[in-house]
Design a protein around this ligand. Structure first.
Ligand SMILES: [Zn+2]
Ligand SMILES: [Zn+2]
Length: 178
């Protein structure tokens, strides 16, 4: 859906739309959208700026930072955003100055912008930098790559809980005798 500044200046647009996975480009391979992205929003022109306000809901699959198993993040975000027209003739330093002064304000070029780009950015902003599948995730063995949540490996390198050290020694002795 294209938000055309001239059309929005005539009348505000009420948006109720559902984007299937794959139809919003997140410009990253680090996560993927699971199920639809639902958006309810209003787009209008105020003082020459495009205002987009509303909320979105979706589910995003990320990977656990420790064990790289999939983790599903529920995303719900409310937004109220303003986008200023950026003249094609604007000099680069002028552009940079605008961004410095007003980091909260976005820009659009030409006739308007795509709603999908706005949503993509909002989803990115609402995701945590890192997720873990559970607080006691044991991660992967740094030597052999085994997922330690599912299996014990025979490497002796990973640091163990000191309370378990005597047990680990017993296990190592036992393994040596095999
Ligand atoms: Zn994990
Ligand atoms: Zn290992």
């Amino acid at each position: 859906m294209f938000l055309d500044v001239k059309e929005l200046a005539v009348r505000k647009l009420r948006i109720r739309k559902s984007y299937a996975p794959g139809s919003v480009d997140y410009h990253t391979g680090e996560f993927k959208q699971l199920g639809p992205l639902d958006v309810e929003a209003t787009a209008e022109v105020l003082d020459g700026q495009i205002r987009v306000s509303g909320m979105l809901d979706t589910k995003i699959e990320m990977v656990c930072a420790r064990c790289i198993e999939p983790v599903v993040e529920e995303v719900h975000r409310e937004f109220d955003l303003f986008y200023r027209p950026l003249a094609n003739s604007a000099r680069p330093n002028e552009e940079a100055r605008l961004k410095l002064d007003d980091t909260e304000v976005g820009f659009f070029r030409g006739e308007g912008m795509f709603l999908a780009d706005v949503l993509s950015e909002q989803v990115l902003l609402s995701l945590p930098m890192k997720v873990i599948c559970r607080s006691d995730c044991r991660g992967l063995c740094p030597s052999c790559g085994a997922n330690l949540n599912h299996e014990e490996c025979r490497c002796e390198t990973h640091a163990t809980d000191p309370r378990l050290a005597p047990l680990a020694r017993l296990k190592q002795d036992w393994l040596k005798k095999q």
